[in-house]
Design a protein around this ligand. Structure first.
Ligand code: IMP
Length: 430
């Protein structure tokens, strides 16, 4: 029995989906606790690629209960489409596989409009959001004017709430110089919301109680994080962050349970670094090496298709991420993408204002000014697809050992390819 929180150690897109998919086989329940359809988990099973944005990757295992807990913001249109796709591929055979907390806040069309309007108003300072309305939906939640899932099943209530919400959104849209919603659009939105409520009602369930009971009954529970440490609202590269807390500690608040049994934190990180959207990226490669990583690693956003910025592994940022997550083991993905490169660089310190520091900086403007200090490491040739740690070339072992040594966190797994089974396990967290 046990609880494992699986989180990202960089700016998202670390390959958490694959690790969660594998771990799900060994667990009874997978809980998504933050974020929304800004996330995108790409899973490859028997050569078939499935991209999930909201439903936990564990859904591919019929015996695993998947829970979308109250910390998640839901776009009902996207969720229903995901359910339909999974059913049409025979990947979700039973509705009881998915339980959604009625307390989840809902993303409406005006949230997406506001997301675009805010970005446009920011001009060059834009965050580079996914445009999915995530920030505005979380803002409404914190502003105590958000609308929650259970409200969709009461037609009169939702009509009143949405008319008020649209009025409020229109005031801001107007101030930002964007087109407000028309009366026709508002009425259409209400009709769709009622319809979504009917379709989602069978999936609504008391998520807190379900997770609590599973914990009491000593089940294996996996808490699936989205995005990554450096996109955390408080602890990331603010303001170039997402609007939720991506740190492992938020697994409790976002799912509505206090942990009464021990847990492990598995932090997933790529063997190099990527980032989508704007904001500091200390080890970014803006040259052909960056292009090579993008091409070899298929570094294009699973949600927006945007090309990801690519760079060397930043150990300073990674150690910081390990600490804010309380990481108990690392999962290093995409090591295979580095195979064949002559020399590798890892960032071991920053130079800022003429001084060297091994500490992460909290001011994004300062992070933009740092010069990374690299340690060069020999590259390695082709890697096996599976096996054990000692089957890896010595220089690949040294590269992994360097990460372990710098962060002080043991290695749990290394992923050597996108498919299930293409990995080496050193410590299984369950
Ligand atoms: P938002 O979450 O759409 O508001 O976007 C805020 C920032 O987080 C932008 O830089 C996005 O590119 C980034 N972001 C949000 N979700 C993900 C993700 O799942 N992977 C990578 N970046 C993300």
């Amino acid at each position: 029995m046990g609880n494992v929180i699986c989180v990202g150690g960089q700016w998202g897109d670390e390959g958490k989906g694959k690790m969660v998919d594998i771990l799900s086989e060994r667990c009874d329940m997978v809980v998504r606790f933050q974020g929304g359809n800004n996330a995108g988990h790409t899973l490859v099973v028997d050569g078939v690629r499935t991209v999930l944005h909201l439903i936990p990757s564990g859904v591919l295992h019929p015996k695993t209960t998947c829970v979308i807990a109250s910390g998640v913001v839901i776009d009902p249109e996207v969720l229903l489409q995901e359910i339909d796709t999974l059913k049409s591929r025979d990947l979700m055979r039973d509705d009881s596989q998915l339980v959604i907390s009625p307390l989840c806040h809902i993303i409406f069309p005006y949230h997406k409009k506001l997301d675009f309007a805010r970005e446009r108003a920011l001009g060059k300072q834009m965050i580079g959001t996914t445009g999915r309305g995530i920030g505005p939906a979380y803002e409404d939640r914190v502003g105590r004017r958000g609308i929650r899932l259970f409200e969709l099943i009461n037609a009169d209530r939702i009509a009143n709430r949405l008319r008020d919400a649209a009025l409020y959104a229109n005031t801001i849209l107007h101030a930002l110089g964007s087109e407000p919603l028309t009366g026709y659009e508002i009425e259409g939105m209400i009709d769709r919301a009622v319809n979504h409520g009917k379709k989602l009602k069978p999936f609504m369930g008391n998520a807190q109680e379900l997770i609590y009971d599973a914990m009491q009954n000593k089940k294996n529970i996996l808490f699936e994080g989205a995005q990554g440490a450096l996109l955390d609202l408080d602890h990331g590269t603010y303001p170039y962050v997402t609007s939720s807390h991506c740190v492992a500690g938020h697994a409790m608040a976002g799912s509505g349970v206090g942990f009464t049994s021990p847990y492990q934190v598995m932090m997933v990180t790529k063997a190099y670094a990527t980032r989508v959207g704007s904001g500091p990226f200390m080890t970014e490669l803006k040259d052909e090496l960056g292009d090579l990583l993008r091409q070899r690693g298929s570094e294009f956003g699973a949600t927006t298709g945007r090309p990801r910025r690519c760079g060397w592994l930043d150990l300073v940022a990674l150690r910081y991420a390990c600490r804010i997550h309380g990481t108990t083991q690392l999962a290093i993905t995409k090591l295979d993408i580095l195979a064949g490169m002559d020399k590798l660089q890892v960032c071991i310190a920053y130079e800022i204002d003429g001084k060297r520091t091994e500490n992460f900086l909290w001011d994004s403007e300062k992070l933009n000014e740092v010069t990374p200090i690299y340690e060069e490491m020999p590259g390695f040739g082709e890697l096996p697809l599976r096996g054990s740690f000692v089957d890896l070339p010595i220089s690949a072992q040294n590269y992994l050992n360097k990460i372990v040594e710098f962060t002080g966190v043991p290695l749990g797994a290394v992923s050597l390819g996108p498919e299930r089974g293409q990995e080496i396990w050193l410590h299984e967290p369950f």
